[in-house]
Write a protein that binds this ligand. Sequence first.
Ligand SMILES: C[S@@+](CC[C@H](N)C(=O)[O-])C[C@H]1O[C@@H](n2cnc3c(N)ncnc32)[C@H](O)[C@@H]1O
Ligand code: SF4
Length: 368
Amino acid sequence: MIDRSIYIHVPFCKKKCHYCDFFSITTLDDTTILHYVEKCKKEIIQFAKKYPDTLIKTIYFGGGTPSLLSSKYIGEILNIIKAEFHTSSEETTIEVNPATSIDWEKYAQMGFNRISIGVQSLDDNVLKKLGRLHNSEVALNAVKEAGNYFDNISCDLIIGTPFDPSITVLGNHIDLLARYVKHFSIYILTVAEDTKMFDYILLNKYTMLEDNLISDVYYSISSKLKSLEFNKYEVSNFAKAGCQSKHNLGYWNKRDYFGVGPSASSYVNGVRFLVSPTGYFNVTETSYKVESVLTQADDMFEHIMLGFRLTEGFSIGDFNKKFNVDFRKTYEKAITKNSEFLSIFNDRIFIKDKYILIMNSIILDFMS
Ligand SMILES: C[S@@+](CC[C@H](N)C(=O)[O-])C[C@H]1O[C@@H](n2cnc3c(N)ncnc32)[C@H](O)[C@@H]1O
Ligand code: SF4
C-alpha cells in the first residue's frame, strides 16, 4: 500500500473576495452543483481504479467555499472516498467561511476532525476592504462555535494589506484567537492580475505596503505566535505541538496526492495531472484533464522549492537517494552564492528564518 492524500476542490463562492484568484464560480444553481458533485464522484472512482494500491491518509475539502455546498453533498463525496479507497482517516479537514451557515454537528458526525476557518482579519475595516461578506464578530463566533465540536481548529489570516491595523492591534487579535485554535495560517497578501485588488492598486485607490513594513508585520506576528507556543513549521503556518497540518505537510514533502474538482492538481508516481477548469462544467467536454510527466530536473526543482518552505527544510540524504545525485555537488554554485541565507544541520538544509521572505530569489539560484 502507498500512503496518499486526496484534495477535493469545491469551486463555489457566494461572491469573489477582492484579493482572491483561486478558481471559483458564483453560479450556485442546482444543475451546476449536481453536475459538479457527480463529476467529483466519477473522478474519485477513476483514481481508485487506477491506483488500487492506495491508502488514503488525509482528506482535505478546500475551495472555493466547501461550507457553501450542502452537507448532504459533502457527505456523499466523503462516502465515495471511503467506499472506493482504503482509508486511515488520520486527518479529515474542511475549510469553512464564516459568511456561510456551517453545519458543525453534521461535519463532526461525518468524520471531519480538523476545521480550517477563513477568518482573514478581526478588523472590520480590513474585512470590508478585502471584500469579505462577514464582520469580525461573525468570524469570532464561528471560531468559538467550532470549539464546541472540534479540537483541531485552524484559522487563516491575511497580513501585509494596505490597510493593516497596527502591530499591537494585530497582536491582540492573535491573543484572542489563540484561545480557541491550535493552528494559524498567516498569509501575506499577494495581488494577482484579474482581481479587484489589482485594479484598485493600479488606480491608486490603495497603495501596497513596502517590503520592509510587510517584513516587520510578519516577524512581529511570528514572535507573538512563538510566545503563545505556536511554532512556525512552514513559511505561513504555525502550530501547537502535534497540530501541524498532516495533509499540507504531504504536499511540501512531495508525497503523492489526488486532486479532484476543477483546477485541482494531482501528483502520483512522479506524474502531475492538472484538472483545467475550462470544460469542467461542460457536460460534453471530456478533455479537461492534462497530464504531464515531470522531468527529473523539474522534479528536483519542485522538491527544493517545496522543501525550502519548511522551517526544517529537507534531508540532503533523502534527496540524493531519490534522484541518485550528489546534492552538494550538483548545487555547489547555488549553495555557495546563498551561504549567508542557508543552514545545513544534521543532513538537513533550510533557509534561516530571518531570510525566509526572500525565499523566491534564493530558490531561483537552484533552478538550473
Ligand atoms: C482559497 S481560500 C479558502 C477559504 C475560504 N474560501 C474562505 O475564504 O474563507 C484559502 C485561504 O487562502 C488565503 N488567500 C486567498 N487569496 C489570497 C491572497 N491573494 N493573498 C493572501 N492570502 C490569500 C486566505 O487566507 C484564504 O482563507
Ligand atoms: S478567499 Fe475564499 S471565499 Fe473569498 S473568493 Fe477566495 S475562495 Fe472564495
